[in-house]
Design a protein around this ligand. Sequence first.
Ligand code: FE2
Length: 365
Amino acid sequence: MTKNTCLPLKGTDYVEFYVGNAKQAAHYYQSAFGFQPVAYAGLETGLKDRTSYVLRQDKITFVLTAALHPDSPIAQHHLKHGDGVKVIALWVDDAVQVYNEAVARGATSYQEPQILEDKDGKVVSAGVYTYGETVHLFIQRSEYHGAFLPGFIPWQPSYQPANTGLLFVDHIVGNVNWNEMDKVAEYYRTVFGFDQLISFDDKDISTEYTALKSKVMANDNFMVKFPINEPAHGLKKSQIEEFLDFYIGPGSQHVAMATDNIAITIAHLRANGVEFLDVPDSYYDTVKMRVGEIAEDIELMKKLRILIDRDDEGYLLQLFTKPVQDRPTFFFEIIQRRGAKSFGKGNFKALFESIELEQSKRGTL
Ligand code: FE2
């Protein structure tokens, strides 16, 4: 394999969040987002230091893990960062080969290859660090037939909420420190063989007050897309800076989840109590001029406060939740693509004004 060949990644396997209370977080992901219970591991399965709940909606798998003891590295992580993404697991055919190649190209090892086995088969996993304390685990699961991973037992509570139409992870964004975006983008280029899809700078993404820079890195099949943001100078504090202040360093800013009917999904999520960023009325005064004809009813989009943007290949509809934990750090994006391969650059200004409104309420602008 030559230096810049893309590592063979088949897609996102799962995202693991370290949280303060996995049992309660799992209920939130069920009742608010419509995730289905899948698997569990904890004291009852022989673990001493942690408990994990696995939830799934179509191709999106989330693991919620909390520490059971203050000495656990999970407890340390949570004390420092609050609730947040620890593991972005990537699905591969050969975890040992991908791990060895990644380390040979300069990645820092997080976990040497391990074989996990139970009565349902075996999984090979290995991992490397990315930005901050966030890690990528490579998961090879072709010989496994259990609910999630060896060691987990099926979790089948009587409460089985309706799903909300979320289908797969579209992209996962990382926020990194001042002047680190190029370094992290280069890491994805040299270690993973990713290419840069798009870049924005502070001229594209700024309001009167706040600004950021962004580069979008993607693998060869576009199944794995990682935009990387860094703060840029504005009159007041950038939302990326606010994240860095409260997460205490770089980390995952948002996971974008795709739907094929955003109106139904957003209506459902709103009814379940999910909070979204406010979009000013004025946004819809100019949206038709900006995006032209779309298949959706603009009035319905306005009612649900869904954002719309167009690029050369089509358009997309998207909306962002407010942070989903106490710290103003991680949030979700809901996205429906109608041909567009971009990330909603045209919405950034409208959106930032909304984020600034939230920041000023928190006194962090
Ligand atoms: Fe996004």
